[in-house]
Design a protein around this ligand. Structure first.
Ligand SMILES: *[C@@H]1O[C@H](CO)[C@@H](O)[C@H](O)[C@H]1NC(C)=O
Ligand SMILES: *[C@@H]1O[C@H](CO)[C@@H](O)[C@H](O)[C@H]1NC(C)=O
Length: 235
């Protein structure tokens, strides 16, 4: 596939999606990354849906110097680990510095297909344009929080320029979506956001993240060391 797309020098938009997590790379026939990567000189949009091993193999072989929008959906799995994807983002100039992250949890009724998902979007503070979006379809809220924690820790480059983080439930989510997430899990989710100054919480989540942060008073664990303001929806 890399050989084929590398010949498409005017390729502006690339979308690659798999229907099911059963589509996995065949390890026996894998070859080592070549010494040089194929450059897609005008690629601006890249969308992917599949298992993370596939994306790892693909992005190890390509460069998209003009890329400014990356939308990824990973099928849910126990552990996400994507060193090649991190390097790919890090060597793409337009995907380098973001000030704003939105972490959104969404629970949809079954008839919306895979409407239940967690996602993290990264953008600059002013444009509002969402350059990077990573989404994990899964239903249970604790799985959603756990997968976001993994994505923010293991799948994205260090989020050292972020200033604002928004954590909310998608407004279309069902109202009766209950949760009993352990405080520790919320703190782990917040752990990678070392530079964040402003924390924005929706109504539902201030009732669980508030007590989690309260637990930190007087202990030496550092979560959100740069935090200055907390904004609560409706107040
Ligand atoms: C995000 O995309 C916009 C629109 O294409 C672009 O202007 C910007 O440089 C990109 N990167 C960041 C970090 O905002
Ligand atoms: C996150 O980004 C994706 C892709 O651009 C978009 O479809 C989705 O609505 C965004 N979510 C939020 C909450 O902004």
């Amino acid at each position: 596939m890399v050989t084929a797309i590398s010949m498409l020098t005017r390729l502006d938009c690339l979308v690659l999606g798999f229907e099911s997590p059963r589509s996995c790379p065949d390890w026996a026939s894998r070859c080592l990354p070549p010494p040089t990567r194929s450059v897609l000189p005008v690629l601006t949009y890249f969308g992917f849906k599949g298992v993370c091993k596939y994306l790892e193999d693909l992005v190890a072989h390509i460069d998209g110097p003009r890329l400014n929008k990356l939308e990824v959906t990973f099928f849910n799995q126990i552990v996400f680990d994507t060193p090649q994807f991190i390097q790919f983002i890090s060597r793409t100039p337009n995907l380098e510095t973001f000030e704003k992250a939105q972490v959104v949890f969404q629970y949809g009724a079954w008839y919306y297909g895979d409407a239940s998902a967690a996602s993290v979007n990264l953008s600059s503070r002013t444009s509002g344009y969402r350059n990077v979006s990573v989404r994990i379809p899964c239903i249970e809220l604790d799985w959603q929080v756990l997968s976001m924690e993994q994505i923010c820790t293991l799948c994205l480059p260090p989020l050292s320029t972020l200033e604002d983080i928004y954590i909310y439930k998608c407004p279309y989510s069902q109202l009766d979506w209950q949760d009993n997430i352990e405080n520790m899990l919320w703190l782990e989710l917040l752990h990678p956001f070392n530079s964040v100054k402003n924390l924005y919480l929706s109504k539902e989540f201030m009732l669980c993240i508030g007590p989690a942060l309260q637990e930190l008073v007087g202990v030496s664990v550092t979560v959100l060391p740069a935090l200055q303001n907390i904004f609560l929806e409706g107040l």
